[in-house]
Ligand binder design. Structure first.
Ligand code: MN
Length: 228
C-alpha cells in the first residue's frame, strides 16, 4: 500500500518487563465514576448510568514526559485514573465475560482543560476541546493481566510537586471495569488496542507551568510528568 502523505506514527504504550509495545487504537474515557468526585463536580453521587467521551489515540504520552502547558486554557486539571487496555474484541459483551477482553492495566492521567469543559457542558456542546487535546493522556507502563490478574482494589493517588492532591481506592469505582466494558460494548465494538480511562477519585485541581505530577495505583507502578 502506498499513501499520498507520510503515514502517521502509530501510538503505543510500553509494557512492563518486556520490549514489545501495546499499539493504541482508541481511547475511551468515563466521566464521574467515583462518588466523591461526582459530588465535587456538582453532580449526583448516585449510580446514574456511566457516560463516555473519547480522546484521540495520539494523545498518549509516556511517563517522564515534559508536557507543554496546553493553549486555550486558564485552568488545566489533573485526573489520576486506572487505565484498562484491551487485547480482545467484543460487542454486546456480558459483564461476566468482559474481563476476557482485557490485556492489562496501567495508571494514566486524564489532563483536562476544566474551564473549557465546563463552558462546553453548560452549552450542551461536545467535550473535545476540554478533553481531547495534544498530549492529554499520559500513561505509565502497562502490566499484563496474565502477570498481575485483574485488580479490583488498591490505592490510587496523585501528588503535585510532592504535595498530596488525590488519594482514593479503585474499589470505590461506581461502575466496575466489567460493567464499564459491558456498557461501552453496547455502543461500540471493542477491539484490541483500545484503552479505557476509568474515571478519577476526588481531589482534582489546577496545575501550573513548572509543576511535577506523580501518581500511581497499587501494583501498577507510578507515573511522573512535568508541565512545561
Ligand atoms: Mn477523567
Amino acid at each position: 500500500m502506498s499513501y499520498v502523505i507520510a503515514t502517521p506514527e502509530l501510538s503505543s504504550v510500553a509494557v512492563a518487563g518486556g520490549i514489545r509495545r501495546f499499539p493504541v487504537r482508541r481511547i475511551y474515557c468515563v466521566g464521574r465514576n467515583y462518588a466523591e468526585h461526582a459530588r465535587e463536580m456538582g453532580g449526583d453521587p448516585d449510580r446514574e448510568p456511566p457516560f463516555f467521551f473519547a480522546k484521540p489515540a495520539d494523545a498518549v504520552v509516556p511517563s517522564g514526559s515534559k508536557i507543554p502547558f496546553p493553549p486555550g486554557t486558564q485552568n488545566l486539571h489533573h485526573e489520576i485514573e486506572l487505565v484498562v487496555a484491551l487485547g480482545g474484541e467484543g460487542a454486546g459483551v456480558a459483564p461476566d465475560n468482559a474481563l476476557d477482553l482485557v490485556y492489562g492495566y496501567a495508571v494514566g492521567i486524564d489532563l483536562t482543560r476544566r474551564d473549557l469543559q465546563g463552558a462546553l457542558r453548560e452549552k450542551g456542546r461536545p467535550w473535545e476541546l476540554g478533553k481531547g487535546f495534544d498530549k492529554s493522556a499520559p500513561i505509565g507502563l502497562l502490566y499484563p493481566a496474565s502477570a498481575i490478574g485483574h485488580p479490583s482494589k488498591g490505592r490510587i493517588w496523585l501528588n503535585v510537586n510532592d504535595e498530596p492532591r488525590q488519594d482514593g481506592d479503585i474499589a470505590d469505582l461506581v461502575w466496575s471495569v466489567p460493567e464499564l466494558l459491558s456498557t461501552l460494548s453496547r455502543y461500540f465494538t471493542l477491539r484490541p488496542g483500545d484503552l479505557i480511562f476509568t474515571g478519577t477519585p476526588a481531589g482534582v485541581g489546577p496545575i501550573q507551568p513548572g509543576d511535577k505530577l506523580n501518581g500511581g495505583v497499587d501494583g501498577l507502578g507510578e507515573i511522573e510528568v512535568y508541565i512545561g
